[in-house]
Write a protein that binds this ligand. Structure first.
Ligand code: BES
Ligand code: MN
Ligand code: MN
Length: 453
């Protein structure tokens, strides 16, 4: 559509500046020091939705961070799209490794560098600008509801209740989300599934205080050593996870499905170079794409014990701790896996220590249909603006609320992400390519056009 293109070109600079303003607000949901900034960010999202033309825009309080809701209902006979995104971001640490301050966005080599640029401010904001484009050119052809939350990065713990309490208000035909990645601009793709998550914390306790490692070492179990052994035992020599029952519910893909996946463009040498590793690692019998898409995993996310300050201290620590998360695939259940983990971890601990296992947030895996009207609309939209049909892929990350959209609202989701896996999400120097930002804004109106047809 010529109208859309010329409107977007004329407003290109403002579309960028508004995003940069959002990125300047450190809306870190995990750290209560920033709750004022999270609130401020919600207010700014509200304002931008209003300016774009949404009605009844509100900042809805929750037991945690607020949810911004807004809508444009033009005709009850037209389909309704619920746009979901998140304005909260991950903590920026380690700060020292950023080349520029995480909340002072800079544009370099065609990329916007800032925490949240790709995950998810730059991505959900494309929807606000696509909506503005349709409003300004009088071409909106669906009803739209926006639900932009502030707790995705901490497990969306209060959003489930919001869905339960607002079933009527959130009624729609489909949920549209841009919070995932594509293979590349040359090989656009649509994620047709996400992994679930079970997140655990373990504590190994030995003696009732830190001890002199010369006086007691060798005679008393060192919790750090024991924890390292326990963690190491969670994978066998083929890098299969050793927790009994862990794979029981895993849906194995058919030979045809695996053959289709093997056609996904992927350059292993480039992958290794990009990450600075000499070799990849993972479950025997599966490719890298399978290991991150259709197979469950177990990763240590954090580990601490003993003396880690400057210099040396000869100490036998009293405790050792780790945060361990498992990515899940259909049909594994987060709660079941958490229980299996707990039972196993407790059972393998030697008598010389006491282990404590606790569970953090979790989420269920999802597979989105590729034969729905909404998926086809997204497919066609990407084909229109990229000049190439998108490949269906399976995302390695998790968005726990997607499973609840289906369970609570009965809604399927389309994951139309425009980020790249190399955008350094959650890492120092997170960035989002300007090209992807503008391409997303250009593509989204076509989704509505085809979905309404
Ligand atoms: N947007 C990501 C999820 C994602 C990233 C999916 C890339 C597919 C490709 C989301 O913000 C995220 O980081 N989710 C967390 C889970 C959450 C409970 C903290 C994750 O995947 O670790
Ligand atoms: Mn995200
Ligand atoms: Mn994230």
């Amino acid at each position: 559509m010529q109208d859309w293109k010329s409107y977007q070109e004329a407003n290109q600079e403002r579309f960028l500046n508004e995003l940069l303003d959002l990125l300047r607000i450190p809306s870190i949901s995990a750290d209560s020091k920033y709750s004022g900034d999270v609130k401020k960010c919600a207010e700014q999202v509200k304002l931008r939705l209003q300016e774009a033309g949404a009605d009844h825009v509100e900042v809805c309080a929750t037991a945690g961070h607020p949810i911004v809701y807004g809508e444009k209902l033009i005709d009850s006979k037209l389909p309704t799209v619920l746009v979901y995104g998140h304005y909260d971001v991950q903590p920026a640490d380690p700060i020292d490794l950023w080349h520029s301050p995480p909340f002072e966005p800079v544009i370099k080599d065609g990329k916007i560098y800032a925490r949240g640029s790709a995950d998810d401010k730059g991505q959900f904001y494309m929807h606000v600008k696509a909506f503005e484009t349709m409003m300004a050119t009088n071409t909106l052809c669906c009803n739209i509801k926006f639900m932009i939350e502030g707790e995705e990065e901490v497990g969306s713990v209060n959003l489930g209740k919001f869905l339960e309490d607002n079933k009527e208000k959130l009624k729609a035909d489909v949920v549209l989300v841009s919070d995932t990645s594509m293979i590349s601009m040359e090989n656009p793709s649509l994620e047709a599934g996400l992994r679930g998550l079970a997140y655990m914390e373990v504590e190994v306790v030995g003696p009732n205080k830190d001890l002199h490692s010369g006086v007691y070492g060798g005679a008393v179990a060192n919790p750090a050593t024991i924890l390292a052994k326990l963690i190491a035992s969670l994978h066998d020599e083929n890098n299969h996870i050793t927790i009994p029952g862990f794979y029981d519910e895993v849906l194995e893909l058919s030979a045809e499905e695996r053959a289709a996946m093997a056609k996904t463009p992927f350059d292993l040498e480039e992958y290794k170079r990009e990450l600075g590793i000499n070799d990849v690692w993972g479950e025997a019998g599966y490719s890298t794409i399978e290991r991150t898409g259709i197979r469950p995993t177990l990763e240590v996310n954090g580990i601490w014990s003993g003396y880690t300050g400057e210099g040396a201290k000869t100490v036998l620590p009293s405790k050792a701790n780790a945060k361990i998360s498992m990515r899940l695939v259909p049909n594994q259940k987060s709660k079941v896996i958490a229980q299996l983990f707990q039972k196993h971890f407790e059972s393998i601990a030697p008598k010389s220590v006491v282990v404590k296992v606790t569970e953090h947030h979790g989420g269920e895996p999802v597979v989105t249909p590729t034969d729905s009207k909404a998926y086809k609309a997204a497919h066609q939209a990407i084909e229109t603006t990229f000049g190439k049909a998108p490949i269906p892929t399976r995302g390695g990350g998790s968005i726990p609320i997607i499973a609840l959209f289906e369970r609570v609202l009965g809604l399927k989701t389309v994951l139309m992400g425009f980020g790249l896996d190399t955008d350094a999400l959650h890492s120092p120097n997170e960035h989002y390519h300007l090209k992807n930002y503008y391409k997303g804004i250009e593509t989204i109106p076509y989704f509505y056009k085809y979905f309404a047809q």
